[in-house]
Design a protein around this ligand. Sequence first.
Ligand code: MTE
Ligand code: HPA
Ligand code: MOS
Length: 752
Amino acid sequence: MKNIDSYTHVRGESIYLDDIPVVQGTLYAAVFDSPIAHGRIKAIDLSVAGSIKGVERIFTSSDIPGENQIGGIVPDEELFATTHVHFCGMPIVMVVAESEEIARLAVSKIKVDIEPLPIITDPREAWEKGELIIPPRTFKLGDTTSAWEKCDHVFEGRTETNGQEHLYIETQGAYALPLENGTIRIYSSTQGPTAVQRTAARVLGIPMHRLEVDTTRLGGGFGGKEDQATTWGIMCALATWHLKRPVKYSLHRMEDMRMTGKRHPYSADFKIGLSKDLKILAYEVTFYQNAGAAADLSPAVMERTLFHCTSSYFIPHVLATAYSCRTHLPPNTAFRGFGGPQGMFVIEAAIAKTANALGVPASDIQQQNLLRTGDEFPYGQKAESEANECWNKAIELYDLSRLRKEIDEHNSVNKQYKKGLALMPICFGISFTKTMMNQARSLVHVYTDGSVGVSTGAVEMGQGVNTKMLQVAASIFSIDPALVRINSTNTYRIANTSPSAASATADLNGRATEIACQEILKRLKKVAAEEFSAGEDEIEIKDNWVFAKSEKTTWEWKRLVFETYFRRISLSELAHYTPPGIHYDLKKEKGHPFAYHVYGTAIITVTIDCLRGTYDFDSVKVVHDFGNSMNEVIDIGQCEGGIVQGIGWMTIEEIVYDKEGRLRSNALSTYKVPDIYSVPKEITIHFLDTKKPNLAIFGSKAVGEPPLLYGIGAYFALRNAIKAFNPTVDIAYDAPMTPEKVLMNLYSKSNR
Ligand code: MTE
Ligand code: HPA
Ligand code: MOS
């Protein structure tokens, strides 16, 4: 089934925040954000700004009726700075005016006198100064200290991965409308309507039931709107609360890039030990996460880094420690993979370093250590592994030895163009790492004409979750999909939702929808059973028709629905779902946090131009574990998008903050994302053939984040291509590998 949004997307008819018709009297907000990364506010001069015609009101922290606090996990983040600023881009003042232009003009006239204070942008420096967001955490399996002496090879190293701008096509924004009795409706471009509702209630000092948050769809979120959409929703609601007028704020691209956090940069140290036959026996790793100026989701992201620190490998002795370091950058936040990619990069670097030193292909080491079913992760869960299945299928299907031979032949006869290849096996845990968040609800109404309305906590952000929800309802009822509509995500219909994140949206909300539909179906079947003198289990609905004892009856779906209503039986159901069997003990750092894992293997090939340092990815060939995909078209789309986004992170996307904590890559002219010319020439995705039972919706495994991890292989393919030209170069494990860095490494004389 095609994505139900494709029709309106292609015609430009889909409704994003900025497409909602504004009502009369709407005002527009704009923010004055700190030009200084760390300092003490000495004075704020609003006189010129306030005198501009059309400025309705100017807000500062003193206008907040409740708490000036938006921190989700740790209460350490002000909505508007009071005495101090902690990052460039931190909101200080909000202007509300009759038009966007006037609001932004007024912002440009605001003067804030800030006394500068020392600035930290580097996580290791923050760590040395004891600037930690939360206490460190350590995952431990076996005993590394005694394992080193059993190792034949031990290597140590250091890695860096940079941040990543989400670059959702639709920037952040919100639109608040005053309703009666102090109630406010907030249209928000958010992955977490409840997060907006909960935090706005705190800031306004009103109960959550007075805030209705509504989200139709996002033009992309990628994690950037899991927590950081709340800011703009609250700002609009705050102005609406004071002025009793509708207030809208839709950020310009540069405001968005400057004020919002990104993927966390990480610095890490590793030590890896192997036996003669390339079994990894011991692995120690220390992560320094650059959290930015406030916690935001950093503690949860840090946790997932630890969960994925051994990637898809089994290592018997592991010691992994992570520090969440407070710097003066905008608070970094969720980004597809949620810390997992950062953890997985380090083990791949450790393997690459070992491979180079021993003169073996990295894939020999990778393959030797792939997880097998029953192997224990450092956090105690036992793997139900598809790692070897994916790997073996990939090297057979794509003929790895032939690929290698072609590349060697190419490299032996070409001076200017060199090719490189890398394999990237992945393993990603599905479930929110915070067990409590793994719950969802679905409200299903069957209307008397046979049409169906479904509301869940799922937010459509391009990942196709609405199509999947629709498929669930249509297939449980066995009716024409055109009869089903998925409603906007709304906190008045579905309460206390977890954000649409962790790739688990379809699983959690889909399962709840499945339960709700089954419940209604049971009631319908009972009515049919009475009518046709059959047992309830002898009633079946097939393609809009009622069958009794395998015979087609005179009742169509519509008739059955109406007859049920006529008998005063409910045609609505609210269902709740939470995955069974997951738990985690924070004190022991052991448990069973994930409902299941997703596996896969990619083979990536690249060609570099050794004169220019530029490169093209020739192919990404994947065998991916989709479980039993319920929508192959959407799932392939998620894979392709994730792969390209992952390659972007590892290659051309380069976030640059200067020493003053100012974002230099602050526009699309200075921050490059993959475009149609830089995507791999070939992306082939093969569905691993397994029909094993799992906890996913209809057995269709979560697909949102895992494919991004294949992009890590792009970095190592590039490395191998550089080494084909300059075999003795000692390439730092420092991503992204931009064309500039490729060029430097091609001609670097530094020998190991
Ligand atoms: N795909 C599109 N088109 N747009 C997005 O914003 N977000 C990604 C992924 N795929 C995203 C996307 C992220 S970060 C997550 S967690 C999942 O989708 C969320 O949706 P799911 O739980 O339904 O997979
Ligand atoms: N993944 C994504 N988002 C989250 C998670 C997670 O594990 N935990 C809290 N928010
Ligand atoms: Mo995705 S980073 O969990 O929104």
